[in-house]
Design a protein around this ligand. Structure first.
Ligand SMILES: Cc1cc2nc3c(=O)[nH]c(=O)nc-3n(C[C@H](O)[C@H](O)[C@H](O)COP(=O)(O)OP(=O)(O)OC[C@H]3O[C@@H](n4cnc5c(N)ncnc54)[C@H](O)[C@@H]3O)c2cc1C
Length: 284
């Protein structure tokens, strides 16, 4: 089915109950269907709904884009590379060129893979997600949206309709780091970090997010709070990275043991913070 509006798409999802699945790029959904993990009787294709692949930027409103924007666009758009660098870095780490050409941001977020690259980056950047159904609208933060392994807080008839990312304030720098086993593999661990620097008072704000370190992206609050008011030195960065590793909740799986992932998280936080600080105008 190819509805022409979000309202109609939501009505179709409601009408067919658990039998229907929304499809965007089909990258993850078709793989799940091939493996008989899901067997929807009805596919609701949202590609004919106008405007869902649009991207816009205004200094005051920040970056806004529809769920059908593909990963390649996020990775390559000059404005995103320059002003939302860590988001472009995260998108450029996704799978292979084929996956980045077909997969959409909306599909990536709604699939809610705990190893996904975009949710940690968007959480770090304080993005808001607009959800729409025939009954109304909701606006959620990324951590409100990511509910559990492969689970979001979308209602069955809700559709992710827009992603809004505020412009990081002046003096900010961010970095995204993915540690993986092979070039196209999902992550062993990921880190998104943003810091804001003031020449006289050091770090005035920080956010550190760990991916593949629990059921959903983990905001390492203690590690970030510890950085505030400090000038970055190797020792300060090291202490914050150890705090972040302690906040991780990784699970032993085929990509490594819990201990290994925690250690890799520590190393990646250290490296991401160094890059973010430098991008915020700090010295090496
Ligand atoms: C070989 C391979 C390698 C990959 N590597 C990576 C990687 O390194 N990093 C990474 O992050 N991801 C990776 N992925 C996952 C992939 O990037 C995403 O899951 C993909 O982009 C999903 O987008 P899609 O448009 O194809 O979604 P679809 O497959 O069409 O949909 C995925 C799910 O989201 C739902 N959905 C889609 N859009 C919406 C919407 N707007 N509102 C509500 N529900 C919606 C669908 O119903 C479905 O349940 C990989 C996938 C494959 C197959």
């Amino acid at each position: 089915m190819e509805p022409k509006s979000l309202r109609r798409a939501s009505q179709l999802l409601k009408q067919h109950g658990g039998e229907a699945k929304l499809i965007a790029g089909g990258v993850s959904l078709i793989a799940m269907m091939k493996n008989r993990l899901v067997r929807p009787a009805v596919l609701v294709n949202i590609k004919a709904i106008p405007g869902l692949d649009k991207l816009s930027f205004q200094e005051r409103k920040g970056l806004r884009f529809g769920p059908l924007v593909i990963h390649r666009r996020i990775a390559t758009e000059p404005l995103i590379r320059e002003r939302f660098t860590l988001l472009a870095e995260a998108a450029s780490e996704i799978g292979s060129p084929a996956i980045r050409n077909m997969g959409t941001v909306g599909g990536n977020l709604c699939h809610a893979d705990p190893n996904g690259d975009l949710a940690p980056a968007l959480l770090c950047l304080n993005a808001r997600l607009k959800l729409v159904s025939a009954a109304g609208k909701r606006d959620l933060s990324v951590d409100e949206f990511c509910a559990d392994y492969y689970t979001t807080s979308l209602e069955p008839d809700e559709i992710l309709a827009e992603i809004a990312v505020p412009l990081p304030p002046r003096g900010s720098g961010g970095a995204y780091l993915k540690f993986k086993r092979t070039a196209t593999d999902m992550a062993v661990v990921q880190v998104a970090a943003c810091v804001r620097r003031d020449a006289s008072s050091g770090c005035t704000a920080a956010r550190v997010v760990l991916g593949s370190a629990g059921p959903f992206p983990i905001l390492a609050k203690e590690a970030a709070t510890f950085l505030e008011g400090k000038d970055f030195s190797p020792e300060i960065i090291e202490q914050s990275a150890s705090m972040a590793a302690a906040e991780a909740q990784p699970m032993t799986d085929g990509r490594g043991s819990e201990e290994y992932k925690r250690e890799m998280a520590r190393v990646c936080v250290q490296r991401a913070l160094k890059v973010a600080w430098k991008r915020a105008g700090g010295s090496d």
